[in-house]
Design a protein around this ligand. Structure first.
Ligand code: C2E
Ligand code: MG
Ligand code: MG
Ligand code: MG
Length: 291
């Protein structure tokens, strides 16, 4: 009976794998169509200067506005785009679109933000990346320090030679570089020192329990100290509460990003935050006690 049982399981296994791969192919084709039909949109989330309480940057975050299924978040399609070659045209679209937006904000606002764009590991290791970035910067007249690229720790650490080379070339183009989700991957500090990076992004899993978890609080403080000792800026992700903000400000975190300040917003709504009377909450915890 064991044999029968085994065969049965095997059939079940192959069948479900088959379905999975069919669904996957379908999904892949939909991604291609989505790119052709411009179903993707970039949303922007504010990054706030801790001291001045002003918007310093805007992170571009992709969404798929699917005709039947509505908005789909990047965690659900970027991995599949990465496993196929779609990430290359998709990633190039994101870079161009973000530069176009930045050019518009430089024209339309008095204090334009820097704009950050997420890069996937595959993009970082692609030979076309440098040309894509260079062309987009030329087309939209993007200057030194106006565009930032975010690379996850894992992407930066895989194949270090290539990563160092690519990051150096990007840096030469005048692009700022940030290590995203810092603390969740596996970094060698010796290697980190060799990368031409400007900023560490403290992962939001450490920020989340900062008030209650002593270890998380220690990790945040240690990361800020490490970054500053290496001459880097630190930005904390996922800041949702006033207490988290106060803690991070007290411990000299340079920039803050999270729902406390703003959700990711479509470009026109993000632009409203850039006007002098945009609505970044005031610094003091007790600033808005009701009259
Ligand atoms: P990430 O770059 O670490 O982006 C931060 C994520 O945290 C975003 O999710 C953002 O909406 C979310 N977030 C921001 N503030 C808060 C907060 O206060 N609380 C909580 N719980 N979450 C917050 P999103 O937009 O779903 O993006 C997920 C990931 O997808 C990004 O993580 C990034 O790795 C990737 N991604 C997004 N856009 C792109 C893109 O254009 N290209 C590539 N390759 N990856 C992208
Ligand atoms: Mg990011
Ligand atoms: Mg992140
Ligand atoms: Mg993340």
């Amino acid at each position: 009976h064991a044999k029968d049982q085994g065969r049965k399981n095997f059939q079940f296994f192959t069948k479900s794998l088959l379905i999975a791969s069919e669904e996957r192919l379908h999904f892949e084709n939909q991604l291609r169509t989505a790119l052709e039909q411009e179903q993707f949109e970039l949303y922007y989330q504010a990054q706030v200067d801790t001291e001045q309480n002003r918007i310093w940057g805007m992170e571009a975050l992709i969404r798929w506005n699917h005709p039947d299924r509505g908005f789909i978040g990047p965690d659900r399609f970027i991995p599949i785009a990465e496993e196929t070659d779609i990430i290359h045209p998709l990633g190039a679209w994101v870079i161009r679109k973000a530069c176009q937006q930045l050019a518009r904000w430089k024209q339309a606002t008095d204090t334009p933000p820097q704009v950050s764009v997420n890069l996937s590991a595959k993009q970082l290791h692609s030979a076309d990346l440098i040309d894509t970035v260079h062309e987009a910067m030329e087309t939209y007249q993007i200057m030194d320090g106006e565009l930032e690229l975010e690379i996850t720790e894992t992407a930066a650490m895989s194949d270090p030679e290539v990563a160092i080379n690519q990051l150096s070339r990007l840096s030469e183009l005048g692009v700022s570089l940030a290590i995203d989700d810092f603390g969740t991957g596996y970094s060698s500090l010796a290697y980190l020192k060799k990368l031409p990076i400007n900023t560490l992004k403290l992962d939001r899993t450490f920020v989340r329990d900062i008030e209650n978890d002593r270890n998380d609080a220690e990790i945040c403080m240690a990361t800020i100290a490490l970054a500053h000792n290496l001459g880097l800026k630190v930005i904390a992700e996922g800041v949702e509460t006033q207490l988290q903000r106060d803690f991070l400000a007290e411990h000299s975190c340079d920039y803050l990003q999270g729902y406390l300040f703003s959700r990711p917003l479509p470009p026109n709504e993000a632009e409203l935050l850039l006007s002098p009377d945009g609505v970044i909450p005031a610094r003091e915890s007790h600033a808005d006690t009701p009259a």
